[in-house]
Design a binder for this molecule. Structure first.
Ligand SMILES: Cc1ncc(COP(=O)(O)OP(=O)(O)O)c(N)n1
Ligand SMILES: Cc1ncsc1CCOP(=O)(O)O
Ligand SMILES: [Mg+2]
Length: 212
């Protein structure tokens, strides 16, 4: 089963990205999505080639945002694709069944389609406004998550759903009560001065109802 916390990387340069990813791994993250927008293919490849062994060292999952061909080229653990990115079924054909494919959703219907097309997990959002991403889909809020997760249950659709968008530590418990599997975050981890403590607190809330 996938970890309940995914760190989505930030940074305008290769160096800043690597620094942020390294810090997140050091602080206890074991799932990284490399999100390096509007960069040359060369720079994206350079970063990915550095992030891959780093994630291996920390036994963390490493997935790539948007770029299916880079995912294949560097043999990453998977890819995250948005509603206007490469289609999930196309990605599955190229990557095969062993790789993780995540898909963005804003509605129940988006999730239904992703499941039909062979998606492994869903990034459902945005939860609230965030400056991390431009051109946000409609904000879901807590009620939006309740509604969509109820519909999934009623229709017996089972897939790990991650909430995303402007999530803070204080949101985690109430979001988990909606039935989501976990959360995907950027800003709170990148900007924290006490990353290890924060990640521990987030994980306590994410895993509060798990009996080991
Ligand atoms: C886990 C997760 N969920 C949603 C997204 C957003 O993907 P997308 O809509 O393609 O937007 P960009 O991140 O590509 O700007 C995500 N990246 N991760
Ligand atoms: C990539 C993405 N997709 C929807 S919101 C978002 C950004 C999440 O970042 P943050 O946790 O800083 O709001
Ligand atoms: Mg995308």
């Amino acid at each position: 089963m996938y970890s309940k916390l995914q760190y989505i990387s930030q940074g305008e340069t290769i160096e800043k990205q690597l620094y942020n990813i390294h810090q997140a791994l050091d602080a206890g993250c074991n799932w990284v999505q490399m999100r390096f927008k509007n960069q040359s293919e060369k720079d994206a490849l350079t970063l990915a080639e550095a992030v891959k062994p780093l994630c291996e060292k920390y036994t963390a999952n490493f997935i790539v945002n948007d770029n299916l061909h880079l995912t294949k080229e560097i043999d990453a653990d998977g890819v995250h694709l948005g509603l206007t990115d490469t289609k999930i079924d196309e990605a599955r054909t190229l990557l095969g069944t062993s790789k993780i494919i995540g898909g963005t959703a804003n509605t129940f219907e988006d999730i239904e389609n992703h499941v039909k097309n062979g998606c492994d997990y869903i990034g459902l959002g945005p939860f609230r406004f965030t400056a991390t991403k431009e051109k946000l889909s409609p904000i879901l809020g807590l009620l939006g998550y309740f509604d969509i997760l109820q519909k999934l249950k009623k229709n017996k659709i089972e897939i790990p759903v991650y909430a995303i968008g402007g999530i803070t530590l204080q949101d985690v418990s109430s979001l988990m009560e909606t039935g989501i599997h976990g959360i995907a975050v950027s800003g709170i981890i990148t900007e924290s001065d006490e990353k290890e403590k924060l990640i521990q607190q987030i994980n306590e809330k994410l895993y509060a109802n798990i009996i080991v």
